[in-house]
Design a protein around this ligand. Structure first.
Ligand code: BG6
Ligand code: MG
Length: 217
């Protein structure tokens, strides 16, 4: 029986993916990397800020020291935070609110399991905080997805066994991480068919039978 749902944040609950892309693109341009595309951006989904930076730097030829890399990641984050200032409830993705309300009604625990260190501000600005019982984010972890750490911490925070948790993800790294933690998985978003999740659906409601998911096992 599924007693808790752990949601990824970027690309699952909110449409911040586009802002991440714009901020990385701006940095890439400054570094004279002109061919940074949406295809490259797909490789950044679910992984940490520093690993996302490597995806950008691989597109160029210049080598950077660790110190310089930290400066570049900070610069990108400042661009991203600027974009986040304009974030409102409009960024909440389709079907999210009815799904969260349905889960609350059924007394299913709701957690966020995100690589982002900006999770708190995003949840506040979009008005989603009130639905979330616990947050496990980039500030809690030392290893990033596909390592299962972020989901293991989330399950611990909502006091559930891994088998009692469903992870909802839009990234391959996230699905691999959840499976490594022996949690059930629901893959959503534009690449939902390529994630290898136990359940697949474009949005949180389009192809999902929540009765079946919650009662399985
Ligand atoms: C994930 C995003 O949710 O968070 C990644 O999918 C991003 O693209 C990662 O790199 C870290 O986010 P932040 O907000 O801490 O830079
Ligand atoms: Mg995501």
């Amino acid at each position: 029986m599924i007693k808790g749902v752990i949601f990824d944040l970027d690309g699952v609950l909110v449409s911040t993916d586009e802002m991440h892309f714009m901020a990385w693109k701006r940095l890439a341009k400054e570094l004279d990397i002109k061919n940074f595309t949406k295809e490259d951006n797909k490789l950044q989904k679910g992984v940490s800020r520093m690993e996302s930076l490597e995806v950008v730097l691989r597109k160029g030829s210049k080598l950077y020291s660790e110190e310089e890399k930290v400066e570049l990641a900070t610069r990108k984050n400042n661009y991203y935070i600027d974009l986040l200032q304009g974030l409102t409830s409009e960024a909440v993705l389709k079907d999210v609110i009815p799904t969260l309300e349905m889960l609350r009604e059924r007394n299913v625990a709701i957690a966020v399991g995100s690589a982002s260190k900006n999770a708190l501000i995003i949840l506040e600005k979009t008005g989603l905080s009130k639905y979330i019982d616990e947050i496990s984010c980039g500030l809690d972890t030392s290893k990033s997805k596909p390592d299962p750490e972020v989901f293991i911490i989330a399950a611990k925070k909502i006091n559930l066994a891994h088998e009692e948790c469903l992870v909802v993800e839009d990234s391959l790294a996230g699905i691999v991480a959840a499976k490594a933690a022996k949690m059930k998985t629901l893959g959503v978003g534009p690449e939902y068919k390529q994630l290898g999740a136990d359940y697949e659906s474009l949005t949180l409601q389009s192809q999902v039978d929540w009765n079946e998911i919650l009662n399985q096992g």
